[in-house]
Write a protein that binds this ligand. Structure first.
Ligand code: FEO
Length: 191
């Protein structure tokens, strides 16, 4: 461990690279939050399964896998730069909802929170001139746009559907066709 006197944040000892402890801490927190996100979506999945909405449950299982892949993308970024990943306790997720609409409304609001957190990491990277982290985050900025749009779109369809069981089952069947999540990225900047 050494410090770059004059700068505000110490630099962590790395394998021939430098990374600020402030970025390491922020990304470690985000790894935890992505894993928490995975737990939330799996919890939503089991609730939907219980309501006989197997297609929506499948959608959530795929989302669970995507969140795990997001955590691993941040994990790779730290390990590629020689920093240590510190795993933390994951909070238990919510387990009950009033309707499928409420599940996807929660999912949309959760994604807004994720986006805000990732923007904050970007702000720290900007402040420190950490171009490597900025480059890695570009993938997440695009991903968050997609995740917000997906969850908001499903929520809004469920609002239109209201109490129509046939329409609900039609949407459930459609969401059951969601393709599997892409493989865990081998590198933090994989497309
Ligand atoms: Fe990892 Fe859904 O954001």
């Amino acid at each position: 461990m050494y410090s770059n006197s004059g700068n505000q944040t110490p630099l962590v000892e790395v394998r021939n690279m430098k990374i600020s402890q402030e970025i390491v801490d922020a990304i470690n927190d985000q790894i935890n939050f992505e894993l928490y996100s995975a737990f939330i979506y799996l919890s939503m999945g089991t609730w939907l399964e219980e309501q006989n909405l197997g297609g929506m449950a499948h959608w959530m299982e795929v989302q669970y896998q995507e969140e795990f892949a997001h955590a691993m993308r941040f994990y790779r970024h730290l390990t590629e730069r020689g920093a240590r990943v510190t795993l933390k306790t994951i909070e238990g997720p919510k387990t009950d909802w009033a309707s499928a609409h409420d599940v996807f409304a929660d999912a949309y609001h959760h994604e807004l929170l994720v986006t805000a957190r990732i923007y904050k990491i970007g702000d720290v990277a900007d402040k420190l001139g950490d171009r490597s982290t900025q480059s890695m985050l570009t993938w997440f900025y695009n991903e968050q746009t997609e995740e917000e749009a997906n969850t908001m779109g499903i929520r809004d369809k469920l609002k239109l559907i209201g109490n129509s069981i046939p329409a609900l089952l039609q949407l459930d069947a459609q969401l059951g066709t969601r393709p599997p999540a892409p493989p865990i990225p081998a590198e933090s900047t994989d497309p």
